[in-house]
Ligand binder design. Structure first.
Ligand code: GUN
Ligand code: FE
Length: 456
């Protein structure tokens, strides 16, 4: 993937943006699953980071007057450009970024032991953590990820370093210090007491970053194999006490599912392990869910928990293919995740393509055409679906008055780019081109909460 992004000054990566401005041109977003709504003559006005008006070009003067927006803060999109909501990565391991693209000879359990735990162990080193975390945050923002739900490592200081990088570059994020007190290698693990103490300290550290409302802590038991029941129950209580999100992995790989059965013989299934620990809430994100049974899907839906679909990872690690349509039909919230470094790419655009491709392969395997996801559906999963999965759709996910201005200006005509527009295309077709052929070179501007955080 080519990179041609420029970032602002090092001491403050955010550009100085006037407190109010507006855009005129095609507005693209989802209100409902599977439907992309386009307003070609749209107008969107922003004040103090929030969308204060959605209107049309014809009403430019009135809107500007009403919201006190001066002419120098009018932006007009040209042909080949459109404005869309920021992309949401519901599952990404920031410390694994150096391993992206590597180690896919292995499957999940071998890959964790040989590739993943060794790299994660390095994040006791603050300098290394700073270097990698700055890179991953810059790279995901360059690709249009305005909100990321990150796993850090077991290290308290390293996890705080990630939150500092996120803050410095102006991304919106959920960040979790990982919990691991069971079945871990000697060089990478913690006791129950350390795990609880550092998790609580991390939550307090994030909550005391008062000037940054963009970052939330998320309780992060790695998966049922890495945490004993006592720890998981105590983490469930902590999530309740602080009213914070929870994230973990579920039913990603067949060997993993079998191992969980042997560790928790009294549980009905993998999901039930988390249910009995009190870890399933309306703010829980479960990564993968490839091998969930109908009973588990029902349990997840009843708790309003979400699944993060990570198709590029599921292919790289040869885990399997998640039946996204079945989850959605049963009322489970679904977002998309890069799952770096299980997935090779930091780009949610790449994951959109991966989700379409995985769904088509699943339809061949099952002989069920219904499995296929189209470009409108994956666009929803990457935006409003992700916001719902993170239980943040009151703030982000689409372009509605009152929501935060987390948005991208997409350009398909400027070079360098993989896209050639050789005949007139309507905006829906431009969106389709972006999903199939687009990359960070087409992400011209990125806004988080009204702040410009990338401009080419
Ligand atoms: N299951 C437990 N830990 C991990 C991880 O780091 N990546 C993936 N893909 N699955 C996991
Ligand atoms: Fe993961």
């Amino acid at each position: 993937m080519a990179s041609s992004s420029n970032f602002g000054p090092v001491q403050n990566e955010k550009y100085e943006e006037p407190s109010s401005f507006l855009y005129v041109g095609p507005l693209v977003h989802c209100v409902e699953f599977g439907q992309i709504a386009i307003n070609d003559d749209g107008l969107i006005a922003v004040k103090n980071g929030k969308i204060c008006a959605i209107d049309s070009r014809a009403n430019l003067k009135q809107v500007a007057l009403k919201h006190g927006i001066s002419e120098e803060n009018f932006h007009f999109l040209k042909y080949g450009e459109f404005l869309m909501p920021g992309l949401i990565d519901t599952h990404i391991h920031a410390p694994q970024y150096p391993n992206a693209g590597l180690g896919y000879e292995k499957s999940l359990m071998g890959w964790l032991d040989d590739c993943t735990f060794p790299i994660e162990a390095k994040y006791s080193d603050k300098k290394f953590a700073e270097q990698v975390y700055n890179s991953v945050v810059k790279k995901t923002l360059a690709n249009g990820t305005t909100t990321a739900c990150y796993f850090a490592t077991i290290h308290l200081i390293g996890s705080i370093v990630l939150s500092e990088s996120v803050k410095k570059h102006g991304q919106r994020a959920l960040i979790g210090k990982v919990n691991m007190n069971a079945n871990h290698p000697d060089f990478y693990g913690e006791t129950l007491e350390e795990s609880l103490k550092d998790t609580e300290a991390f939550i307090n550290a994030i909550h005391s970053l008062k000037q940054n409302a963009l970052i939330k802590p998320v309780i992060t038991p790695r998966f049922a194999i890495s945490c004993d029941m006592e720890l998981m129950k105590k983490l469930g209580e902590m999530a309740k006490k602080y009213d914070v999100h929870i994230q973990t992995h579920v039913s990603e790989n067949i060997d993993e599912v079998e191992f969980v059965k042997t560790l928790f013989p009294n549980s009905k299934n993998y999901t039930d392990v988390y249910d009995s620990a009190g870890l399933l809430t309306n703010k829980t994100i479960l990564a993968h869910g490839v091998y969930l049974t109908d009973e588990e899907i029902k349990t997840i839906a009843e708790h309003s928990s979400a699944v993060s679909h990570c198709p590029t990872s599921n292919v790289c690690l040869k885990s399997g293919i998640c039946h996204v349509r079945k989850l959605l039909n049963n009322g489970v919230k679904v977002g998309l995740g890069t799952d770096i470094a299980g997935g090779y790419s930091p780009s949610i655009v790449e994951v959109m393509k991966g989700a379409i491709s995985a769904s088509i392969n699943l339809s061949f395997m099952k002989g069920e055409e219904e499995c296929v996801l189209n470009f409108q559906e994956v666009f929803y999963l990457a935006t409003l679906g992700g916001a719902k999965a993170l239980n943040m759709d009151d703030k982000i996910g689409n372009l509605e008055v009152g929501k935060e201005f987390d948005a991208l200006v997409i350009n398909l005509t400027e070079k360098p780019s993989d896209i050639d527009i050789l005949m007139p295309l309507d905006t829906m077709k431009l969106v389709q081109k972006f999903i199939y052929l687009g990359d960070d070179r087409n992400v011209k501007k990125v806004y988080v909460s009204g702040q410009l955080v990338k401009e080419i």
